[in-house]
Design a protein around this ligand. Structure first.
Ligand SMILES: Cc1cc2nc3c(=O)[nH]c(=O)nc-3n(C[C@H](O)[C@H](O)[C@H](O)COP(=O)(O)O)c2cc1C
Length: 191
């Protein structure tokens, strides 16, 4: 059975990014995929401690906390879905905390290596990013920045669904357009 792991980076349970991610998860489950969702805001966890144990004696992150299971599950997923609000021009701190801990996916002396990752390659990353600003040019740098890092982990293919203008009073038209893009991507990924 193929696995989709979804990480929700918003503190809002019924926010925009969670709603769009929920559509992708529902489509995957309907097509027989195993779906696991982690709400990062619910976890008790720390950021990367820069202890470098994952580049020495251990082949995983040395910190044992709420992100331990998340890192293991995300590292084995065929499709990893990362859904976050845009906070101050970047992902939420909950999502950034996870991203920093993925440093443990890299092998020792990874820099310049043909295969720098401990993870299998040939996998897919999907980002859902929601922001209040309507202009697509604002904060358009977030996806390419993180895509590069995740590509080195083995997520060769990446997709982005953005909702720009997703404030609490945001139009239902913009939300519906994002839902449509999610449905189209789900049909492509999970058929
Ligand atoms: C602390 C904070 C910082 C934010 N920073 C930005 C920002 O830099 N750019 C932007 O367009 N929207 C910003 N927003 C608005 C959110 O990105 C927007 O409401 C988004 O839809 C929230 O996603 P969610 O509903 O999935 O939580 C910010 C909101 C909060 C609470």
């Amino acid at each position: 059975m193929k696995r989709l792991v979804c990480l929700l980076g918003s503190p809002k349970r019924k926010g925009n990014s969670a709603a769009i991610a929920g559509r992708l998860c529902a489509a995957a489950a309907a097509r027989g995929w195993e779906v696991r969702t982690f709400r990062l805001n619910d976890l008790s966890c720390r950021g990367c401690q820069a202890c470098m144990a994952c580049k020495g004696t251990l082949d995983r992150c040395a910190v044992q906390d709420g992100l331990t299971e998340v890192l293991a599950a995300a590292g084995e997923a065929e499709v990893l879905l990362l859904a976050s609000p845009v906070y101050y021009g970047d992902v939420s701190s909950q999502m950034k905390g996870f991203i920093d801990r993925t440093y443990s996916y890299l092998v020792p002396d990874w820099y310049g290596k043909k295969k720098p990752s401990r993870l299998a390659s040939g996998r897919t990353l999907v980002w859902v990013l929601c922001q209040g600003f309507r202009g697509e040019k604002s904060f358009g740098d977030i996806f390419p920045k993180y895509r590069r890092f995740f590509k080195s982990y083995g997520f060769d293919r990446s997709h982005l669904i953005r909702q720009c203008g997703a404030d609490p009073e945001g139009s239902t038209e913009l939300r519906d357009a994002a839902f449509k893009r999610a449905d189209a991507l789900a049909a492509e990924l999970f058929s």
